[in-house]
Design a binder for this molecule. Structure first.
Ligand code: GLN
Length: 305
């Protein structure tokens, strides 16, 4: 069995002492209050190893990492018909870009950019009786944790300043690819982004994407094998927006980032790892988080390639 603990401890302390050239996201005002020195790493393996260093129990705003579970639930509900509404191609554009929607006639390139996640939220609203409550319950079931909440403060802060997302939603609606009221869709989208989790909770939650049968730690099936493999494929090609190629090149794992500074990455059949460091690079991905993962998969020779 690999000695992950020693390796993680060493890389954690190396990266902690390095200069951070990133900046904390402030376009959502509430996110700017976070202490930028937070740094945590947690690994969960399918052989039940749990290894953490730094701020592993502290909850933070997971932001776009929640897009994995909104997609998971929509895929569960709609099956392959989902792809009539959202594509599976990398966008090569920033996460909040409006550019391609005009030429793509309102069909977002993938479910991990904001445009795609907003369409996924619209689909969920059409299927769920109480979208916020039902989604949170699904999340609790997958994560095997009752201790999950939306942050009112973060959701309201984004609602007041989310002009790009408001534009995206209205723009997509003009092409007919949003079926519900734009205010309801945006409200639900902002709440899904505001969920707070720790590195430990994240690595345990997304371990289902590494597990052979794609079940939760309680053995509940989340998706079919083919569906879960497809979600991993979209994470590899689209999980880091216009830095997805760079992440595959340097880290070599399917993963997903959020502007709260969190990243989760999955090694099918081995582990899920979560890293949190709030300062982001220019593409909106955690600077130290990516650096840590690059060193980790290099040292353990555990990329998927
Ligand atoms: N809530 C953020 C937004 O919509 C999520 C972006 C992200 O984490 N990349 O802008």
């Amino acid at each position: 069995m690999e000695n992950y603990s020693k390796i993680i401890e060493q890389i954690y302390s190396d990266v902690k002492n390095m200069d951070d050239i990133g900046t904390v996201a402030s376009y959502i005002p509430e996110l700017a209050f976070v202490d930028a020195n937070n740094f945590g790493v947690h690994l969960s393996t399918i052989k039940n190893q749990q290894i953490g260093f730094g701020n592993v129990y502290k909850k933070f705003s997971i932001q776009s990492i929640s897009k994995i579970l909104t997609l998971t639930l929509a895929y569960k509900l709609k099956g392959e018909k989902l792809w009539d509404r959202v594509d599976v191609e990398p966008s090569g554009n920033p996460f909040n870009s409006l550019l391609q929607l005009e030429s793509d006639q309102g069909k977002p390139r993938n479910p991990f950019i904001n445009a795609g996640a907003i369409v996924i939220c619209d689909i969920l609203i059409s299927h769920l009786k109480n979208p916020k409550e039902d989604f949170l319950n699904f999340y609790k079931e997958v994560s095997n944790s009752q201790n999950l909440k939306y942050s009112e403060k973060v959701a309201q802060s984004e609602k007041k300043t989310g002009f790009r997302n408001i534009a995206l939603c209205n723009f997509i609606k003009s092409f007919g690819n949003i079926k519900n009221d734009v205010n309801d869709v945006l409200d639900f989208y902002f709440y899904t982004c505001s969920i707070e989790m720790s590195c430990k909770e994240l690595s345990n939650t997304f371990l289902f994407l590494a597990n052979d049968n794609f079940t939760t730690t309680k053995n509940t099936p989340v998706l079919t094998i083919s569906q879960a493999k497809r979600i991993n494929a979209i994470m590899l090609t689209c999980g880091f927006y216009d830095e997805s190629g760079e992440f595959a090149f340097r880290v070599g794992l399917p993963g997903k980032s959020g502007v709260g500074g969190g990243i989760i990455a999955v090694h099918p059949n081995k582990y899920c790892i979560a890293v949190w460091s709030p300062k982001l690079n220019k593409k909106g991905n955690s600077f130290k988080g990516m650096l840590f993962l690059e060193k980790f998969t290099s040292k353990t020779a555990s990329s998927i390639f």
